[in-house]
Design a protein around this ligand. Structure first.
Ligand SMILES: Nc1nc2c(ncn2[C@@H]2O[C@H](COP(=O)(O)OP(=O)(O)OP(=O)(O)O)[C@@H](O)[C@H]2O)c(=O)[nH]1
Ligand SMILES: [Mg+2]
Ligand SMILES: [Zn+2]
Length: 364
């Protein structure tokens, strides 16, 4: 039995050596659910632990420093990559804006979309922006190939590829191992691979197919609206025989963008190139004459769908940025107010009648 957690390598070893962590031991976060945080300090060993306040925002895939006796995570080691989205449940116009990490340290993000419902291109674009921003390599996996005709499959593949010019797009049938010929080699040993996608997209089915055995629960999607049932409720790592680590995630409904300048530029790299031909430096690519992007669309080099998703996501990112600025202003003001009122209290205490410092015996 190895004394290191799965996924441990020279990268982590050198981070570990860079500080004195005393008796703490490294561990991999393998599962997070309502019951708590599960970590693995070495292959085959799992323990339920809590997290110190500073390590509260731990996610599956994190490498941590563990106080094994106390059963407490003391530190999250610097993440190599992290998939973050905007925190759900916060109205868009509200001042409070925050992000939520879903997984860390993965090399690859598999973005799953089922073909039987038709590929949701706006959603795919969001998932690509966040994946590129995470620092990991995205691969688009269109699932349920057995439920569509070969012609439809090819059409879906092409549409997805237009939205993912820099990523590989694969079609799979997770219920038949033949459907995985293209994908399996991409899930190599020493790789950490996270599966993202809506509930019912087939994430757990694909984990089972890649593992070659049923390790994750799966469930039928509802007939009425074709929605998934949120069968997977926790982020969870599954280790494959070749040593690859798969992170199965609960299906997420909305994919709110989080600050993602680099991710956006990467996801829309082809359009950014056309935009370099725009006559005006501040072109909004909507009505301007001499707009490189609109010209490309006219020539059929960019589809109208993609152009409108580009505009929608760009303005969402702008709004997000404005919102964050407003929030920071408000926070700064509140901080200043609190500091001022502390000073006032101190001043009035210093001047107040109950101040009888003079009567104290002089310590010197
Ligand atoms: N025909 C067919 N059905 C599939 C395929 N992949 C998944 N399914 C079915 O789709 C349903 C949902 O699959 P799951 O793997 O549970 O989906 P999930 O993405 O893990 O969903 P959540 O855990 O709710 O987020 C199940 O009934 C699967 O059997 C596929 O490639 N072909
Ligand atoms: Mg699942
Ligand atoms: Zn333009």
């Amino acid at each position: 039995m190895s004394t290191w957690p799965a996924g441990w390598n020279e990268h982590w070893a050198s981070i570990w050596r860079s500080a004195d962590r005393g008796l703490l031991v490294p561990a991999l976060v393998t599962r997070i659910d309502k019951g708590g945080i599960t970590v693995s300090p070495s292959h085959g060993v799992e323990m339920l632990v809590i997290a110190a306040k500073s390590a509260r925002r731990v996610v599956v895939g994190d490498m941590v420093a563990l106080d094994a006796d106390a059963g407490r995570i003391e530190e999250i080691l610097d993440r190599r990559t992290v998939f973050e989205r905007r925190s759900p449940g916060v109205a868009r116009d509200q001042v409070q804006i925050s992000s939520r990490a879903l997984a860390a340290n993965m090399d690859t993000v598999l973005i799953l979309q089922p073909m039987d419902r038709g590929v949701n291109l706006p959603r795919l674009a969001r998932e690509l922006v966040l994946s590129w921003e995470s620092g990991a390599q995205p691969i688009v996996v269109l699932t349920k190939a057995d439920l569509v005709s070969p012609q439809d499959m090819e059409a879906h593949r092409q549409a997805a590829q237009e939205f993912a010019p820099e990523a590989q797009v694969l079609c799979v049938n997770a219920l038949d191992s033949h459907g995985l010929e293209e994908l399996s080699p991409l899930v190599g040993s020493d790789n950490i691979v996270v599966l993202m996608g809506a509930s019912g997209a087939g994430k757990s089915s694909l984990v089972n197919a890649l593992a070659g055995r049923p390790v994750q629960l799966t469930a039928e999607v509802r007939e009425s609206d074709r929605r998934g049932r949120h069968t997977t409720t926790a982020g969870q790592i599954v280790e494959l025989r070749n040593g690859a680590l798969l992170i199965d995630t609960p299906g997420i409904r909305g994919v709110g963008l989080w600050a993602a300048d680099d991710g956006f530029e990467k996801a829309f790299g082809d359009l950014v190139e056309f935009a370099q031909d725009c006559r005006f430096a501040d072109c909004t690519h909507t009505i301007e004459p001499g707009c490189g992007l609109l010209e490309a669309a006219d020539q059929g080099l960019v589809s109208q769908d993609r152009l409108s998703v580009f505009h929608a996501l760009a303005s969402e990112l702008d709004q997000l940025e404005e919102g964050i600025e407003v929030m920071e202003r408000v926070e700064r003001r509140e901080r200043n107010q609190r500091a001022r009122s502390r000073v006032m209290r101190r001043d009035s205490a210093a001047e107040g009648p109950e101040d009888d410092d003079d009567d104290q015996p002089n310590p010197s």
